[in-house]
Design a protein around this ligand. Structure first.
Ligand code: C2E
Ligand code: CA
Ligand code: CA
Length: 854
């Protein structure tokens, strides 16, 4: 903006105006002058021609008349030499050419000339009007001279005017800048910088003061007046604000004071009022309450004085089931107590009543006049009745409350599903039983039951079926137990049966047999027969422990032992089991950390193609490199991992690792070595299992057809619709599916038709007996035949000797897995095996190593 101001646009605009105006004026004036000069030049020539007429006409006439040709020519030539004259021509009256001087007429342009015809007349001497025309003189004059003069003049005017204008412009600019625009700039700067803090600065211009103020002075004065008035206003406002603030402050203090004063007043008033109200109320209440209590209360209310009942309300008759007041008045409270409560009643009635009106209350049972028992709360207080001191007794029926409390207590101590005592109540009863056994030297048996594979029922058939199973088993166990025994449910599928005073081991043995038999009888769940077995652990007081918690823990440990021994069995607690039970807990703790500590390994067992006898794949089998226990097989931890849910993370790790390994084999030059991975039921029902698999494949770069997933039948039965869908998704990706452990579960081949399965893995239990048991041989043969008819290939698991192999080959089995060829090995060993061309010679059925490495 200031830059713009310095370039002086205002000055330039003034100059432009002056320039345009003066140029227009100069053009007009010059034009007028030129026109005037032109006419003056032309009339000068005319005047000269007039002069010629006057000066020469007579003498030429005389020369012609005298026929003096020489003289005539001299005169004509004299005319032609005159300025501006170009030609002089003489013609006789008949217009015949006589003589000429100057340039010939034809060479003169007619436009720039003036022509004059002068008649030459001779006048006879002595007369004036006797004239004879003797010739005509034609003179042609040029006006080029006039034009040349005009051109010069224009040039001169142009030069002088331009110079003058330039000087005037420069001067005007200088003056304008000095006098006006620089001051305007400083006014602008001042106005721009002006704010509340600079209101004190006055505007002054850098110029000499003049006696008479000009426009700039007026502007400056106006500015300064304006800032001064703003300053005054601002000052005034500040003052006003200060005043206001002080006023508000003062007012606030004043108000606060008033408020506290008023609050105090109100508080005092309130106190007064409440005091008064309270006093009035108590007085009124004493009366009112009494009347109401007496008239409407369902409670029994009596008043006695000097040991005599002097008042009985209607409620008393109802509550006690009395026929009339006399019946009530005839007895004391003590008389109404049942024998077992009399001691309490006596004690409470003898208690000294406080004299301040606070009632003394207690809870007892009372027998009504009709003989039924009720729970009551009795409140007794001394009060003023008819001006004298009396005892009022209020009896309130709390039978409902008591039964409700009882119900609550039951709920806290019982399992909601089965109604059996829970751990809390069990421990309580155990303590009582131990105390009793201690007294009379008898024993307490604690039997810990855990259903085998209950989790599997829950997983495959759903929780409702699981609950149903638990209820059925509870019913059956209750039937086996005596009234005096305690059957409890600790949660999940764990039950405890506590037996008191059974010292005969034989009786215990028979009871256990009966329990196991009844538990494993099939239960119909969702239209299917489901049979579960159970594992039982037993601990005994006083042999094993004399404390309830420990006894229970030992029974639990014994039960675990039974489980580990292969389930469906009983174990008596022995001292070293405690250690094992602890181990179990320690194991769980370790398992939780195993993944992050990278303690899992995968070993790979080769799968043989029985047509070629060559390695056609490998099954990944997990191992746990336990920090203390060494390398652990899956039996030691997979079920624990499933129980704790850790299997999900572990399973995901297995898939990822197996895929990476298979890809590494490919990269090492093994053209096709698909890897099989075992899945647990829980993995199959995970929400995004297919995405997990896809990610493992993508991450490793392994082609999907090089991965096979092994699922068990039972896993696929959990939610068949969903499984079918999942398996289709997986096979659509290119992943192969195999049914593992076939023959141990439902073994329902027609059902399998619905699943997009590639292979069946025949369980080891079939193969192991194939050469000794005709049934197993026949079964194996027919399963292979049926599988083939369904388009499924069969893998025989656990082939350990050449006899088994022979039979399987004879039955047309497609693949083999087993120690006969190789146990599971480390991935490097498998690679070495493939490279060495290890195979089974299908003619001799012996394992050979090719001489040429692959
Ligand atoms: P499986 O899927 O039936 O695996 C075959 C088991 O049989 C393996 O036991 C293998 O070492 C063993 N085996 C192979 N050939 C023979 C043989 O000729 N004779 C005998 N007696 N045994 C043979 P392993 O490795 O102890 O695995 C046991 C089970 O643990 C597997 O049974 C599988 O159900 C489960 N499992 C293994 N790895 C995993 C895993 O990564 N995830 C899940 N969920 N389960 C796994
Ligand atoms: Ca398997
Ligand atoms: Ca298997």
């Amino acid at each position: 903006m200031f830059k713009h101001a310095q370039s002086n646009p205002l000055g330039r605009r003034v100059i432009a105006a002056i320039l345009i105006c003066s140029t227009c004026l100069a053009i007009l004036a010059t034009g007028a002058q030129l026109v005037f000069d032109y006419y003056q030049g032309v009339s000068g020539i005319d005047a000269r021609l007039d002069e010629i007429e006057h000066a020469y006409a007579e003498s030429i006439a005389t020369s012609l008349w005298t026929m003096d040709e020489q003289q005539t020519r001299k005169q004509i030539e004299g005319i032609a030499r005159l300025p501006d004259v170009m030609t002089a021509e003489l013609r006789d009256p008949a217009d015949k050419f006589l003589m000429r001087a100057g340039v010939p007429l034809s060479s003169v342009a007619a436009a720039n000339t003036i022509r004059r015809h002068i008649p030459i007349k001779f006048t006879e001497r002595g007369t004036t009007d006797n004239k004879f025309q003797v010739a005509t003189l034609e003179i042609t004059a040029s006006i080029d001279g006039v034009y040349a003069e005009l051109r010069n003049k224009v040039l001169l005017i142009l030069v002088t005017q331009t110079t003058k204008t330039a000087i005037v412009v420069l001067f005007t600019l200088f003056i304008f800048r000095r006098l006006v625009s620089r001051h305007l700039s400083s006014i602008a700067t001042y106005a721009q910088r002006l704010d509340l803090n600079r209101l004190g600065e006055t505007l002054t211009l850098n110029r000499q003061s003049t006696p008479h103020p000009d426009e700039l002075d007026i502007v400056v004065t106006a500015f300064n007046d304006m800032t001064a008035s703003i300053r005054r206003d601002v000052d005034e406002l500040a003052l006003y604000r200060q005043g206001l603030e002080r006023l508000v402050e003062a007012r606030t203090v004043e108000l606060a004071q008033q408020v506290t004063e008023r609050e105090d007043a109100i508080r005092r008033l309130n106190l007064e009022i409440t005091d008064r109200l309270h006093a009035e109320q108590t007085a009124r209440e004493n009366e009112d309450r009494y009347r109401q209590v007496v008239e409407m209360s369902p409670d029994a209310i009596t008043i006695e004085r000097d040991g005599r009942i002097i008042f009985v309300n209607r409620g008393t008759l109802n509550l006690l089931g009395a026929r009339n007041e006399e019946q009530v008045k005839a007895v004391t409270l003590f008389d109404m107590a049942p024998p077992e409560e009399q001691a309490v009643m006596r004690q409470q009635l003898d208690a000294i009543l406080p004299s301040d009106g606070e009632p003394h209350s207690f809870e007892v049972k009372m027998r009504r006049f009709d003989g039924t028992l009720i729970d009551v709360e009795i409140r007794r207080a001394i009060f003023q009745y008819d001006g004298a001191s009396a005892i009022q007794t209020v009896i309130h029926d709390i039978t409902h409350r008591k039964s409700y409390e009882e119900q609550l207590r039951r709920q806290a101590l019982h399992d909601a599903l089965t109604g059996l005592p829970n751990r809390l109540l069990l421990l309580d009863r155990m303590e009582q039983a131990i105390a009793a056994a201690q007294r009379d030297g008898s024993t307490v048996h604690v039997m810990f039951f855990d259903l085998d594979r209950f989790k599997y029922v829950n997983d495959t058939l759903g929780h409702d079926a699981g609950d149903e199973l638990l209820k059925t088993i509870t019913r059956r166990m209750s039937l086996c137990a005596r009234k005096s025994d305690t059957l409890a449910r600790l949660g999940g599928d764990e039950f405890v049966l506590m037996l008191e005073g059974v010292d005969c081991e034989d009786t215990i043995y028979r009871l256990v047999q009966r329990l196991m038999a009844t538990i494993c009888e099939p239960v119909v769940l969702g239209g299917q027969d489901v049979a579960v077995t159970c594992s039982i652990g037993i601990s005994v007081y006083p042999h094993d422990a004399d404390e309830a918690g420990t006894l229970l823990k030992y029974a639990d440990a014994a039960m675990y032992h039974a489980k580990e021994k292969g389930r469906n069995g009983v174990e008596r607690y022995t001292a070293e089991m405690d250690k094992r039970a602890n181990e179990h807990l320690v194991m769980e703790a370790h398992l939780r950390r195993a993944l992050e500590r990278n303690e899992f390994r995968l070993v790979y067992q080769p799968l043989l193609d029985l047509r070629s006898g060559r390695i056609a794949g490998a099954e990944a089998l997990i191992r746990w490199q336990h920090p203390q226990l060494g390398m652990l097989a899956p039996v030691r931890f997979i079920s624990l991992a499933e129980e704790t849910g850790l299997i999900n993370g572990i399973g995901e790790w297995v898939i990822r690792t197996a895929c990476l390994q298979a890809k590494a084999w490919m990269d090492a030059g093994v053209s096709h070595l698909p890897v099989s991975v075992n899945l647990s039921t829980q993995q199959l029902i995970r929400p995004h299992f297919d995405a997990e698999v896809a990610s493992a494949l993508k991450n490793s770069g392994l082609p999907a057809h090089s991965l096979e997933l092994e699922i068990t039948e039972s896993a696929s039965m959990r939610d068949p619709e969903r499984t079918v869908q999942l398996l289709h998704t997986l096979t659509a990706m290119g992943v192969g599916i195999a049914i593992d452990d076939f023959g141990t579960g439902y073994s329902n081949l027609s059902y399998l038709k619905r699943f997009p399965v590639r292979r069946l893995k025949l369980d080891r239990s079939f193969i192991s007996d194939i050469s000794t048991s005709a049934t197993d041989a026949a079964l194996t043969q027919s399963i292979i035949g049926m599988a083939h008819s369904l388009g499924l290939a069969v893998v025989a698991e656990g082939v350990e000797n050449v006899n088994q192999l022979r039979q399987l080959v004879a039955y047309g089995c497609d693949y083999l897995q087993g120690y006969y060829f190789s146990p599971p090995v480390a991935p490097e060993s498998l690679l070495a095996m493939v490279r060495a061309g290890r195979a089974i010679d299908m003619r001799s059925l012996a394992v050979t190593e090719a001489s040429v490495s692959v």
